[in-house]
Design a binder for this molecule. Structure first.
Ligand code: MG
Length: 377
């Protein structure tokens, strides 16, 4: 709790009391190349410490919500929504961050109000939408216009450019925080600069964004993918990059459902102990060994780590043979567990029901999306 509260308090900037004024021993900021700004004709260059999510040619950072390949297309230097193909999301997860993204509404425009160049930039998987919409000389309700926090905050001004022209969002996202029991510690906050103009000034979100109704917060991981909405319009995106704020020790990814499912099972050691792996929501796994349940986050397609203690594990799946090597701290050489376990009685699952181990792990039915903003606009 103290750690969680500390994190929440850390969201408010304050001088670090560990340093005196003008302290000569205080380290200087890391030097980076700030990149270049875009012009309407030419996309800019990302800062050197950014993670580039789309450079005009490579869409490999993006997948469908379930982690399968996206049907959105790369065309003329842009990532373009294919209507009806579903949202895209980043494979990597992000908590507090700075996001730069450029978009263009279809030209010539079609439709009116919400049915005109509609898409959206979502944080928290599909929970929190900053509206993308053709708001140039086009009316809609105020809290659904371009750069609105959908259903909650209209933009301070309408800084929209005409359809077909490239527009920029620079967004500072502060993720909500929850304690281990799922209690909300601090709400999400968002600052949005649209075409260089401040339009959302560190607003506090009431919860996930939603259509017609106000959705309360429900606990979720701090880091989750960023998603772009398919609202049935071929909106285009270019020059997308993100900078994670803070100093996370590990990267984190939300792996495809099929990959996560392949790791589920009961793994055994010759001396009879069992490690049980189960699915959790939001791309997480539970690892239960030595009667200790741990929540595991993916750092790569095969490597997972716990946040609460330095336990890490590596999966190796070759058909019916599956192994997981668990390491505790830096001194551990790793404990190898294999499936099928040699012991008869597996440990009772410590988490909600999940697919049982199988020779070839089946791809489960799509896990219900998190309680979130559906339908969203
Ligand atoms: Mg939208």
């Amino acid at each position: 709790m103290a750690l969680a509260l500390g994190m929440a308090a850390g969201l408010r900037a304050a001088p670090d009391p560990n340093w005196i004024d003008h302290d000569r021993d205080r380290p200087m900021a890391t030097v980076i190349d700030p990149g270049t700004s875009s012009t309407p004709e030419v996309p800019g260059k990302a800062p050197s410490d950014a993670t580039v999510l789309f450079d005009g040619t490579d869409k490999s950072a993006w997948v469908a919500l379930d982690g399968s390949p996206t049907k959105w297309i790369v065309h003329d230097g842009a990532l373009e929504c294919v209507p009806g193909s579903g949202y895209v999301r980043t494979l990597q997860s992000f908590g507090d961050c700075q996001l730069h993204i450029e978009w263009a509404a279809p030209n010539p425009p079609h439709g009116v109000s919400q049915d005109r160049g509609n898409s959206g930039v979502f944080f928290g998987y599909d929970r929190y939408e900053c509206q993308v919409l053709d708001s140039y000389q086009s009316k809609t309700y105020a809290d659904g216009a371009a750069a609105a926090i959908y259903g909650q905050y209209p933009p301070l001004v309408n800084a929209a450019r005409p359809p077909g022209q490239w527009q920029t969002y620079d967004i500072i996202w502060t993720a909500p925080r929850f304690d281990a029991d799922g209690k909300l510690l601090s709400k999400a906050r968002e600052t949005v600069i649209h075409n260089g103009v401040l339009v959302q000034n560190n607003v506090e979100l009431t919860g996930p964004t939603g259509w017609i109704n106000r959705i309360p917060y429900s606990a979720h991981p701090e880091r989750l993918p960023i998603a772009l909405q398919d609202h049935g319009h071929p909106v285009r995106y270019r020059n997308v990059w993100v900078r994670e704020l803070g100093s996370p020790r590990h990267k984190e990814f939300m792996l495809p459902e099929s990959v996560l499912a392949s790791y589920v099972g009961d793994y055994g050691k010759p001396k009879g102990s069992v490690a049980a792996v189960r699915r959790l929501p939001d791309g997480l796994l539970s690892l239960n060994f030595a009667d200790r349940p741990l929540v595991m986050h993916a750092e790569s397609p095969t490597h997972f780590y716990a946040l609460s203690t330095d336990v890490q594990c590596d999966f190796d799946v070759k058909g019916a043979a599956k192994t997981v090597i668990i390491t505790v701290g830096q001194d551990s050489e790793g404990m190898k567990y294999e499936t099928p376990p040699e012991v008869a009685a597996p440990t009772a699952p410590a988490v909600p029901a999940a697919p049982a181990a199988a020779a070839v792990a089946p791809v489960p039915a799509a896990i219900p999306p998190p309680a979130a903003a559906t339908p969203a606009h």
